[in-house]
Design a protein around this ligand. Structure first.
Ligand code: AHR
Length: 610
């Protein structure tokens, strides 16, 4: 029996309980959210920079392709791809081709905007750009760019598809019909983007994120904040300004980041989703175990953190606020939380004890209005060193996650608040199966119940390119390829949980429920709605007598159900809708009613209160 005293609100629900966390992992940005269609556009991947590029040679045309480290369009990109065409004619063209990120997704009647930097010295005249079907060899779109010859220049082009079938099985070619030498750099092709942002994001992935009703994005990582080695730290200054001035950097998840999706793009991503960033600043520790000694050596990193906060929030009269305005965004971004580092408990030298206070004192002094998040519990000698929040991470297998749901019930409420900055049930690959969705949902009921303490949370990782070469992590929330994307069962559970969340937790008790049954109750004071969530992770149905104390009358109930045939049931890129929420509605008579939650089912029940 479940009894809920809807008038007795025990504590408010944290308004920022559900957010997002992603980083450059699983080609989440490059080859994912960042809409750029050309892979390794700056020739900085492996295989001496030519990874994913190849010579396009038709008939008896002859050409060679190499990396030239002596010339490039900018100090940041001071190298390029050198194409030497020994022989080519109108009918036997030569050039270079790119397969995209395991394909280039094309749609009918769509405009694609491209650009590249080229130096062609003696070579001038037309360069042909073609999108070509991999299997059919058919041209999907074509245009010509008039090469002017001479030193580095940026060229732009547009490709428009006609009545083609949508497909990811396409590649792009850039060819010439005469001998000569051509140097290329920063070769780009962008599809239409979310909110028409220039240099923006993939529409389908943004829509999936928007449906999760997030309130913040924790960025830029994760391990991506730190990098494997000290030199690979996330230095925001290298990720802003014109794309040609961004050198890119080695990301820890085994591939290169062009940083085309840099700090400003992160912030605009937040803006487009109408959420605020939870800004993580690098704290002087990198994944392979090196750290910067606290004191003088750490000072430049502390200064970089202060500068970064100013770039995000400063008005145009500040140095970094002015820089942001120059980059095209004069309006400061909202910010409430700054995280110092990532998973510093992994630093076995214990140096966070000294690094944290140096950051905390500087940040709290210059920005007393922002709350600081520590990545492990710290001892503070005074207020300036006290973290307002501590970031806890949990990756657990299904049974362990189901058993973990009481973890915060009796936790002390006297210390810092908790940010569960990364969490996930690890079952299913590349995306979670229904068993994981059940455990994730059970965990979410416990976060809602404890949301006086847990003020924010974010599942991780959020995105995965499902190409076998595209992913580095087992279980990830949303899968995609070059053309399309899908939500895992756990994704749908999270959409349901965020959509049906009140602002207060009423007093409730349950008796005689099965061992794998979990629930949450929150009340929305604005709409007078009781949001119930039921998670039945067992293979037996769960009968319930629900009683609302202090209320009578007719209540309208809306029910959303997510059911899986087994723990293993899942969605895939080719079968994206096996586990999907189903909606129904019923009328609830009086203040108590019987309700049965089927086996292996997650439900939300909205009851309009009278
Ligand atoms: O989410 C994947 C990784 O897990 C993150 O980069 C890191 O913070 C954690 O260890």
């Amino acid at each position: 029996k479940l009894t809920i005293d809807v008038k007795d609100i025990v504590h408010p629900v944290s308004p920022m309980l559900y957010g997002l966390m992603t980083e450059e992992i699983n080609h989440s940005y490059e080859g994912g959210l960042y809409a750029e269609l050309i892979s390794n556009r700056t020739f900085r991947g492996d295989w001496a920079g030519l990874q994913r590029w190849e010579i396009a040679r038709h008939g008896n045309a002859e050409a060679t392709l190499s990396i030239d480290k002596t010339t490039g369009p900018s100090a940041a990109l001071n190298y390029s791809a050198k194409l030497v065409v020994a022989s080519a004619t109108e009918s036997n063209v030569a050039g270079l081709g790119n397969p995209g990120w395991w394909g280039i997704g094309l749609k009918a009647h769509t405009e694609y905007k491209g650009s590249f930097y080229a130096k062609s010295e003696s070579l001038s005249g037309p360069l042909t750009v073609k999108l070509i079907g991999n299997k059919s060899g058919l041209t999907m779109a074509e245009t010509k760019v008039d090469l002017k010859g001479g030193d580095w220049k940026q060229y732009t082009y547009t490709l428009k598809t006609g009545s083609i079938a949508a497909s990811a099985e396409n590649h792009i070619e850039f060819t010439v019909s005469q001998p000569g030498t051509l140097w290329l750099q920063s070769v780009s092709l962008m599809p239409p983007t979310y909110a028409n942002r220039e240099n923006g994001n993939r529409i389908d992935l943004m829509e999936k994120m928007a449906a999760m009703k997030p309130t913040f994005i924790r960025l830029p990582g994760g391990n991506y904040l730190e990098g494997d080695k000290l030199q690979d730290w996330y230095d925001f200054k290298e990720t802003i300004g014109p794309l040609v001035d961004r050198p890119g950097h080695q990301a820890p998840w085994s591939y290169w980041s062009t940083d085309g999706f840099g700090l400003l793009e992160f912030l605009e991503w937040c803006e487009d989703l109408k959420v605020e960033p939870v800004l993580a600043v690098y704290a002087g520790y990198s994944l392979k175990g090196e750290h910067v000694k606290a004191g003088k050596d750490l000072e430049p990193y502390v200064q970089a953190a202060l500068d970064e906060v100013e770039y995000v929030t400063g008005d145009v009269s500040t140095k970094w606020g002015a820089e942001r305005a120059k980059d095209g965004h004069p309006k400061p971004f909202p910010l409430h939380y700054i995280e110092v580092g990532n998973e510093d408990w992994l630093d076995h030298s214990g140096s966070y004890k000294e690094r944290w206070p140096q950051f905390a004192r500087a940040l709290h002094t210059k920005y007393p209005q922002y709350k600081l998040i520590a990545t492990e519990p710290v001892k503070a000698t005074d207020k300036l060193e006290e973290p307002e929040v501590v970031d806890d991470h949990y990756y657990k297998h299904t049974a362990d996650m189901l058993d973990f749901t009481k973890h915060y019930d009796d936790a002390p409420r006297t210390g810092p608040k908790i940010f569960v900055g990364e969490w996930a049930t690890l079952a299913g690959s590349p995306t979670p199966n229904f068993g994981a969705a059940l455990a994730d949902s059970a965990w979410m009921t416990s976060m809602e119940r404890n949301s006086d303490l847990i003020i924010m949370s974010a599942y991780a990782p959020l995105l995965v390119n499902v190409n076998p070469q595209g992913s580095q992590w087992g279980t990830n929330l949303i899968g995609f390829d070059a053309q399309t994307s899908f939500g895992s069962p756990s994704y749908y559970a999270q959409v349901m949980f965020a959509e049906h969340l009140g602002d207060g937790v009423p007093k409730s008790t349950i008796t005689e429920a099965g061992p794998r049954f979990y629930y949450s109750a929150t009340v929305d004071s604005k709409t007078s709605t009781l949001h119930l969530k039921f998670v039945n992770a067992s293979d037996k149905e769960q009968p319930l007598e629900v009683e609302l104390t202090g209320l009578t009358g007719l209540h309208v109930a809306k029910l959303t159900s997510l059911h899986g045939a087994s723990y293993e049931a899942t969605n895939t890129i080719t079968e994206p809708s096996i586990v999907r929420p189903l909606l129904s509605s019923s009328q609830v008579q009086g203040s108590s009613w019987s309700h049965t939650v089927p086996a292996l089912t997650i439900q939300t029940v909205d009851v309009v209160l009278k």
